[in-house]
Design a protein around this ligand. Structure first.
Ligand code: NAD
Ligand code: G6P
Ligand code: MN
Length: 440
């Protein structure tokens, strides 16, 4: 059947991940044809740096797509089927504070976990609420697919503020990325792997991995027990990511029921990780020296040459492909399987109904159709309950400007625990983030 072409807006189009997202849109154009593509950002100078490369890519490989570059919200949100959102409020300057401030107190600094994720969440929520309101001014039908981090906190805030909005989804690509690795290890196509997974965002576990009706998780666990766990594209990854994957081996030495999301390392081994960090050069610096430099160099050459000769075709093997495949599954009601976030509402029966859980799910025209659990075991439930209350208090602290709740949230976070340190970190975070949030 002919697939109806879609109209898409990228919010946060100045992200250095956008050129590779364009590569994914092109690569998957038969599966998800795009007739209009809008590039929107609050800082269009960032888009401008990459515009020529992206335009040349689209004009060469998808000349039928209308391209619009705009800093005007009305133009960005009017008459659109899908919003792909990937904003970073505060940019890498503030990611750097998020990662470095906790280290001063011996606590791990991370984009989405611990105090870094807390401060980033507090920055993101306001702009994200504004974006959804702006989109909804024009249409209730538009799907908003959102990558903005920390997805757990942003997603929970949006669910709290827009409880009836069923076309708003927070997305994370880490389970997708891990599935790519599993498919390589098990030597089966990723598209045929049907994951069962439970938890919160960046806080969950693979419990089964079905392939042609057979559960391959025991085989995968066996592999991880006997081999170093490495990402599928290990030779292209920065050192911090290789270390992160190795910590899955370490986590599974102690708890081998399931395969944990890599992000759990920060909650189990936060102290050791903090000691190993270089406070002058954290992940943000590595990402700038790596991905950002590579993308800007390619884009600059495209601008100088005025063509794509000898320049690589960037594709978002994880981030970009997942975004497009998700939109495809919704647009054409394919019910393909992904690990997705959604309101619990009884999906995991012994967890709070208001949690934003992450579970294996089919995905169709009305959104996710999840695979649930009757009961998860005490150990996992206790970890998740604690993390959820941290997330909930963070959202409330942000919406109410409530200092007490912020302090409680940070104290509950497994990376912090100590209220004295929580208060000190909070004091620093408040000072630095004045422009974005305040607490009383
Ligand atoms: P980046 O810093 O390179 O770019 C982000 C862009 O967002 C910037 O150009 C900035 O100007 C723009 N922006 C900021 N506030 C905005 C607003 N209110 N409206 C529109 N645009 C705005 O970012 P990046 O490192 O590529 O990451 C982009 C986002 O995607 C981050 O939130 C990151 O954490 C997230 N991300 C999430 C996942 C996931 O698994 N959920 C995966 C990858 C990236
Ligand atoms: C994974 C996670 C994202 C996170 C990203 C960080 O994809 O799922 O939530 O934003 O990694 O990557 P970076 O290269 O920016 O450190
Ligand atoms: Mn993620």
């Amino acid at each position: 059947m002919e697939r109806k072409p879609m109209k898409v807006t990228i919010v946060g189009a100045g992200s250095t991940r956008t050129p590779a997202l364009i590569g994914s849109i092109i690569k998957l154009k038969e599966r998800f044809p795009v007739k209009k593509l809008v590039f929107y950002d609050i800082d269009m100078d960032r888009v401008e740096k990459m515009r020529v490369y992206m335009e040349l890519m689209m004009k060469t490989h998808s000349p039928e797509t209308e391209l619009i570059f705009t800093g005007n919200k009305d133009e960005a949100y009017k008459d659109i089927d899908f919003v792909f959102c990937q904003m970073r409020v505060g940019g890498s300057e503030y990611r750097s504070y998020d990662e470095k401030i906790p280290l001063k107190y011996g606590i791990i600094g991370q984009e989405t976990c611990g105090p870094g994720g807390f401060a980033y969440g507090m920055r993101s929520i306001g702009d994200m609420i504004e974006m959804v309101n702006d989109v909804r001014k024009f249409s209730k039908e538009t799907w908003v697919l959102d990558y903005t981090n920390p997805a757990a906190i942003v997603g929970l805030a949006l669910q709290t503020v827009f409880p009836d909005d069923k076309r708003l989804m927070s997305i994370c690509d880490q389970p997708y990325s891990m599935l790519k690795t599993f498919s390589q290890i098990l030597n089966v196509p990723q598209k045929d792997l049907k994951p069962r997974y439970f938890g919160l965002n960046h806080f969950g576990w693979f419990t089964n991995l079905y392939y042609e009706g057979k559960d391959l998780l025991p085989e995968l666990k066996d592999y991880i027990k006997n081999n170093d766990f490495k990402p599928y594209n290990a030779e292209q990854r920065d050192k911090s990511w290789l270390d992160t994957y190795l910590n899955v081996n370490k986590m599974m030495k102690y708890f081998d029921d399931y395969v944990p999301n890599t992000y759990l390392q920060y909650y189990f081994f936060g102290n050791e990780l903090a000691k190993e960090e270089n406070p002058e050069f954290t992940r943000v610096d590595e990402a700038k020296a790596g991905r950002e430099k590579k993308v800007y160099d390619i884009c600059k050459k495209a601008e100088e040459q005025g063509n794509l000769d000898n320049l690589p075709f960037l594709v978002g093997e994880v981030h970009g492909n997942m975004m497009v495949e998700i939109a495809e599954s919704i647009a054409y009601n394919l019910e393909n399987e992904f690990v997705l976030m959604m309101k619990n509402d009884g999906i995991i029966k012994n967890l709070d109904e208001n949690m934003l859980v992450e579970v294996g799910s089919r995905l169709g025209k009305d959104g996710p159709i999840p695979y649930g659990y009757e009961k998860i075991d005490d150990f996992y439930k206790a970890l998740i309950d604690n993390q959820y209350i941290y997330e909930k208090l963070t959202v409330e602290a942000c919406l109410e400007g409530n200092y007490r709740k912020a302090l409680q949230a940070l104290t509950l976070n497994r990376t912090v625990i100590n209220p004295e340190k929580a208060a000190l970190i909070l004091e620093d975070m408040i000072k630095v983030n004045k422009k974005y949030w305040e607490l009383k």
